[in-house]
Design a protein around this ligand. Structure first.
Ligand code: PAF
Length: 283
């Protein structure tokens, strides 16, 4: 399994693969791979001849320095996990910050038609400009046919689709369902940092989302939101940052339900100093 750290090397290899008409899938990650990432890689391998897995902890998408410093880095383990899936068809691209930013550690400013101002955008200043900058750079370097993103970061997925559309980037974006622990907790690289008591408490997030979904069948968005807020107010270990029921397309908070629209519930919770997000389709 080849590991590349410089764009000149990987672009040369990819050029040769494209000359042989091979299709290329991209799974962008920040490493600390878990089963959710591996599912993206397996799906990408089914749909492409070769798959590039990028491993890069992108500084410009962190609004919090401590979160960036504490972000788990498990490169050796990541390599072993990928090697178990395919030794021949996966290319790992693990660039340096210098290789990606060339001395100019700044994000590009994007207009995602307002998607960037909802939910995560309200709580993580500059986050989506950082994500857009790095993903666009990966698309330029790798030029994948298909790129795979998990629905756990549903807003990120919507923003990337918007970027591809607005910037005319020739790549097919493939959304992949959320992968969960047996407890229901959405898989995240941050989960390994949860202390045992928080690990025990965190499945409450998905439990609450599933009940909220049932309630949404008969109750208003506002009543369901108030119910969720009440459930979290009696939780000692979990601090609710937001719970929002939004239109799946515009990501705008729902005032009145309309039958023809698709809705989703989104949640962000602090477990100790670890921020966990999750979401669920409601109809
Ligand atoms: O979802 C992530 O892990 C990151 O936001 C991504 C897409 C790899 C960009 O750094």
């Amino acid at each position: 399994m080849e590991v590349y750290s410089e764009k000149q090397q990987i672009t040369a290899t990819l050029k040769a693969l494209r000359a042989e008409n091979k299709t290329i899938g991209l799974v962008p990650t920040m490493g600390a791979l878990h089963e959710g990432h591996l599912q993206l890689v397996k799906t990408a391998l089914l749909e492409n001849d070769n798959v590039v897995v990028s491993i890069f902890v992108n500084p410009t998408q962190f609004d919090n320095k401590e979160d960036l410093e504490k972000y788990p880095r498990t490169f050796e383990n990541d390599m072993a996990l990928l090697k178990d899936i395919s030794e021949t068809r996966i290319l790992i691209y693990a660039p340096t910050v210098e290789d990606m930013y060339e001395g100019d550690l700044k994000s590009q400013k994007f207009d995602f038609d307002g998607l960037e101002f909802e939910m995560e955008g309200k709580f993580r200043a500059g986050h989506f400009d950082g994500v857009g900058t790095i993903v666009k750079r990966f698309f330029e370097i790798i030029q994948p046919n298909n790129a795979y993103f998990g629905e756990k970061d549903f807003q990120q997925l919507a923003i990337i689709k918007k970027m591809v559309e607005k910037h005319d980037i020739p790549v097919n974006i493939v959304p992949c369902a959320i992968f969960r622990e047996t407890s229901g907790l959405a898989m995240s690289s941050r989960n390994v940092r949860l202390k045992p008591e928080y690990q025990k408490a965190a499945p409450f997030i998905y439990e609450t989302l599933t009940t909220a979904k049932i309630k949404f069948g008969t109750e208003s968005a506002n009543d369901v939101t108030q119910w969720v807020e009440k459930q979290f107010s009696s939780q000692k270990l979990l601090k609710l940052e937001y719970f929002i029921i939004a239109d799946s397309e515009t990501l705008k908070t729902v005032e009145n339900k309309v039958k023809s629209k698709k809705y989703r519930a989104f949640i962000a919770v602090y477990a100790d100093d670890i921020r966990l997000i999750d979401n669920i389709a409601l109809n």
